[in-house]
Ligand binder design. Structure first.
Ligand code: FAD
Length: 452
């Protein structure tokens, strides 16, 4: 009988693999795929690694990010951003995100963005990842050739040189927080105020003494409304996840209110909410999320993005008909991203070498269709296809099972639940006050397996 998943069979086949992007997903994909014995090239349009964690004060020419011709700024990080997960959760499994206590960084449990970038750079240095990266190289086209290899066309930033390279496999790690999605608001075309998407929000100064309507209730919305309330005259948060009659003054603020969604925007500058209130607003700030976007990917229509579902994808990673030669790392959201990307990458690495066997194309497609049917039957819209909030740990454990490695640690699950609950109930203070010290101790014990 054929034995699968045994390290003794490794490597069965070594492949030439292109990884697109050198953010957290691309870095760990490159590490895992090379570890398996494949030859890896990482193509990165920026001049450094880190992806979304590279803060810049530059913003795009179109503040809503709708103009397809605009030069894209990749990162959506704002100046005051601190992580919304405790650092113990965030790190890769075998390279914990611990504070080095050498005075060189930000030792806080929920550190600022610079500390995350520093961690990713240290990770890349530790595992010699940078030597695989071609910087300032933007992938402009990925297409399948007649011989089932992939032609990857890339161009150098700042000059017109372009290159075609041939690979056995392509791993897409281009991130999904750069292409804004905006709210549909009746009357908005004749509303005279300024609109901006949170992708182009950096610091609150521009909003001094203004009346702001901020749409959204995600982690960024929760942070940014508080950032702005410190300088703005009024902040009115409109959320589609509250009842239509909602109108609440926000505790601790005398200039911030929570409303139900916007009913209409009028040409005299008034914004009317579904709760019947209206305000004369200067700015509408859309904290309304992002779209998956793969402008370079040409699969002759096999992989599409439909209402923010990237599909068909088996377990959010492999398009069945193109597996394992095309894969995606990091698509799921409402997850702990770094360790999930690590497991997805291990799975891809093993599938590429043949060490891990994937189901047949038909079985993967059947599974994928069954998954979509379950979502539909539960009334879950397509745009939530990659939202794993209810089952991220089952998903991680399933991946770990495929790879023959340990599943998610108990402390990680409990700590995630504790952090999520305190973020909901204490948005002002959860980053500096917590009650799960016992879980931190358990995490640290675990981390001792991986000395710095
Ligand atoms: P990215 O980091 O976006 O990297 C993608 C890379 O691909 C970039 O370097 C980009 O330049 C490159 N690229 C894109 N297109 C091309 C191309 N055509 N050619 C070549 N290169 C290309 N996660 C947490 O764990 N904790 C947090 O507290 C947290 N807070 C967040 C706050 C905000 C505001 C946002 C937006 C995200 C946050 N996240 C957080 C999620 C975060 O995005 C992930 O943790 C992770 O960094 C995603 O990594 P990635 O590699 O998938 O994407």
């Amino acid at each position: 009988m054929t034995q699968l998943n045994l390290p003794t069979m490794f490597p069965i086949h070594s492949r030439h693999v292109a990884v697109i992007g050198a953010g957290a997903a691309g870095l760990v994909a490159a590490r895992e795929i090379r570890r398996e014995g494949h030859k890896v090239v990482v193509l990165e349009k920026n001049d450094q690694i880190g992806g979304t964690w590279i803060y810049t004060d530059r913003v795009e020419s179109d503040p809503l990010g709708l103009d397809p011709k605009r030069p894209v700024i990749h990162s959506s990080i704002y100046g005051s951003l601190r992580t919304n997960l405790p650092r113990e959760l965030m790190g890769f499994k075998d390279y914990p995100f611990v504070s080095r206590n050498d005075g060189s960084g930000d030792p806080r449990r929920f550190p600022g963005h610079t500390e995350v970038l520093k961690y990713l750079k240290e990770f890349a240095r530790e595992f010699g990842i940078e030597e695989m990266v071609r910087f300032e190289t933007e992938v402009v086209n990925v297409g399948l050739m007649d011989n089932n290899k992939w032609k990857v066309r890339s161009k150098k930033i700042n000059n017109k040189d372009s290159f075609d390279d041939i690979y056995d496999a392509v791993v897409v790690c281009n991130g999904h927080y750069s292409q804004p999605r905006i709210a549909e608001i009746p009357g908005i075309d004749s509303w005279p105020g300024k609109q901006i998407h949170s992708h182009n929000y950096r610091t609150p100064e521009h909003y001094r003494d203004q009346v702001i309507v901020l749409i959204g209730s995600s982690a960024s919305a929760v942070d940014i409304c508080r950032d702005i309330a410190g300088v703005a005259r009024e902040v009115h948060v409109a959320s589609r996840s509250v009842a239509d009659g909602t109108y609440e003054k926000q505790p601790g603020y005398d200039n911030m209110w929570l409303h139900s969604m916007i009913e209409i925007a009028l040409k005299d500058g008034t914004v009317v909410f579904r709760n019947g209130n209206m305000v004369l607003a200067d700015v509408i700030l859309h904290c309304t999320g992002y779209k998956y976007h793969f402008p370079f990917l040409d699969t002759s229509g096999y992989v599409t993005v439909d209402d923010n579902r990237v599909g068909p994808l088996y377990k959010h990673v492999f398009p069945p008909g193109l597996a394992p030669w095309l894969s995606f790392v990091g698509l799921p959201w409402k997850v702990i991203p770094f360790p999930m990307c690590e497991l997805q990458s291990k799975w891809i690495a093993g599938a590429l070498s043949g060490r891990i066997l994937l189901p047949s194309q038909e079985e993967m497609m059947e599974d994928t269709k069954a998954f979509y049917s379950t979502l539909e039957a539960s009334g879950i819209p397509k745009r939530y296809t990659h939202n794993l909030s209810d089952y991220q740990f089952d998903y991680d454990n399933w991946l770990a099972g495929q790879c023959g490695c340990e599943g998610v640690e108990e402390w990680r699950i409990l700590m995630y639940l504790a952090a999520s609950s305190s973020r909901r109930t204490r948005p002002e203070t959860y980053r500096d006050e917590w009650e799960d010290d016992h879980l931190i101790l358990q995490a640290q014990e675990d981390f001792n397996k991986y000395p710095p």
